[in-house]
Design a binder for this molecule. Structure first.
Ligand code: NAD
Length: 489
């Protein structure tokens, strides 16, 4: 399988890059070898994107043509759905049925952006009798897109589809842990006939490839999805030319459950909220807050059902939760479980790496829940990014809101109650960009995605996500030019 970089419309083998083993997290076996790009490769990709943008062959293509190409990408993704999903499962570990949803979503994302660029864009004002002002949107230029490993294809596509639709040229840097489906996507770009230099792919390490994109003065914008600590380095690197940064970061999202809710329903959503994707989801409901009077009953039902979740490899149709993405990441999650116990929290279920027959070589961790937790504990405050949840008790609405907002994150949050007024009251006080009432994880391209506080800057998806990849320009037109004589003749 071709696993090269894609620069200026050609496949490119890095000359002195480092070899990298790509591992199947379900069994620890090496499934592919890739070669990391180095600084020169990133520079070549940036220059390709720069000259393509400056020649204007992509930004000035008609919106009809651009839209047709993006639609074609969507069709080709759909035609290869099974292959792409299989590769995503092998690389990331997620169950095949989840990988299929991701690939379908990737196709739909291209269609969504292909369709909205045909709509009218901009505003007009008439601020004075003979002055007409037109506000237009223009592409920013070269966009460096840096993405994580939890939705390897989809997180890239959220950015690529919007950036291209807005008329930019791009350099994509996938996660070094999961680069495979990005290469397949670029095979699709190559077959679709994009002008050379519009789309470029450089795989490799964050510190080298990602940093070069952030530092380069020829890159006009960096759009990053990943961890809150990584982004501090990116923002420093990006300050050289004050490029625009758009950030989708981590979370520690609260799921508030009031006593008037049906417990079975609340447990059902709470399990989905945290264990979907093995908890490796930025918006995971990693803190469950339960009203005191139903706390014990809730914990009993939650533990009973969590303990029944079938953990296994993604290619087993019975699997409900896959492995963690890498040995390193599993170690981080197990460290947090140890830290939680050392802090004095009590395990209600899980807590161990799974060593059952057939699973011992993979990176499987039991669905885990902590009770007896305090708000200041690290397992309550820090993003674990694994199948680990804390279940806290609250006495009233005020305390629920205080606990919910009591971390540095503000990505997502939910409330479960049958009291409509309370649902609105509480959700409006949650400091988060993505919220739900009596549901969890629902996500549509029509709605903006992103966080408050340290969960991000800017929004993905929706028309706002398209605007994110553009500059605003005001054009003021004097309808009756006349001397103003501000300075005397
Ligand atoms: P990460 O921050 O370790 O890596 C993300 C990307 O940044 C990778 O491609 C990596 O190679 C690159 N990178 C690392 N160091 C860099 C540097 N110095 N300069 C430039 N690039 C660098 O994150 P991860 O472990 O891959 O993903 C998990 C994180 O992503 C979690 O915190 C999760 O919450 C977050 N995430 C957020 C969203 C969202 O929409 N808000 C979605 C998915 C994941």
């Amino acid at each position: 399988m071709n696993l090269n970089l894609y620069i200026k419309g050609k496949w490119h083998t890095p000359t002195n890059g480092q070899n990298r083993e790509i591992v199947n997290p379900a069994n620890g076996e090496v499934i592919f070898h890739t070669v990391d790009g180095n600084k020169d490769d990133v520079q070549a990709a940036i220059q390709a994107a720069r000259s393509s943008f400056d020649q204007r062959d992509w930004p000035e293509m008609t919106s009809a043509q651009r839209s047709r190409l993006l639609m074609e990408v969507a069709d080709r993704i759909e035609k290869q759905l099974d292959t792409l999903a299989e590769l995503e499962m092998l690389d990331n570990g997620k169950p095949l049925h989840e990988a299929k949803i991701d690939v379908q979503d990737a196709a739909d994302c291209f269609r969504y952006y292909a369709s909205i660029i045909r709509k009218s864009n901009g505003k007009t004002f008439n601020p004075a009798p003979n002055l007409e002002t037109v506000v237009v949107r223009e592409p920013i230029g070269v966009c460096g897109l840096i993405v994580p490993w939890n939705f390897p294809l989809l997180m890239g596509v959220w950015k690529i589809a919007a950036a291209l639709a807005a008329g930019n040229t791009i350099v994509l840097k996938p996660s070094e842990v999961t680069p495979i489906t990005a290469v397949k996507l670029f095979e699709i770009f190559a077959d679709t006939g994009f002008p050379a230099g519009v789309v470029n792919l450089v795989m490799g390490e964050g510190k080298i490839v990602g940093n070069e994109l952030a530092i380069s003065h020829d890159v006009d914008m960096v759009s990053f999805t990943g961890g809150t600590e990584t982004v501090r380095q990116i923002m420093k690197a990006a300050s050289g030319n004050l490029k625009k940064v758009s950030l989708e970061l981590g979370g520690k999202s609260p799921n508030i459950i009031f006593a008037d809710t049906d417990i079975e329903l609340a447990v059902d959503y709470a399990l989905y909220g945290i264990y979907y994707g093995a908890g490796q989801i930025c918006s995971a409901a990693s803190r469950i807050l339960v009203e005191e009077s139903i706390y014990d009953a809730f914990v009993d039902r939650f533990v009973a059902r969590a303990s029944k979740i079938t953990v296994g490899p993604g290619n087993n149709p019975d699997t409900e939760m896959g492995p963690l993405v890498s040995e390193e990441h599993m170690q981080k999650v197990l460290d947090y479980i140890r830290i939680g116990q050392e802090e004095g929290a009590r395990l209600a279920c899980g807590g161990n790496r799974l060593r059952n027959t057939g699973l011992s070589a993979g990176y499987f961790v039991e669905p885990t829940a902590f009770i007896d937790v305090e708000q200041n504990m690290r397992i309550v405050q820090e993003e674990v990014f694994g199948p680990v949840v804390t279940i806290q008790k609250f006495t009233d609405e005020t305390e629920a809101i205080e606990l919910a907002n009591g971390t540095r994150y503000g990505l997502a949050g939910a409330v479960f109650t049958n009291d409509g007024n309370r649902a609105w009251r509480v959700i409006k006080k949650i400091k988060a960009g993505i919220t739900w009432i009596n549901t969890y994880h629902e996500n549509y391209y029509e709605a903006p995605w992103g966080g408050y506080k340290e969960s991000g800057i800017g929004r993905s998806l929706s028309e706002t996500g398209l605007d994110e990849f553009s500059e605003l320009k005001q054009i003021n037109i004097n309808l009756q030019p006349d001397m103003i004589n501000w300075f005397r003749e």
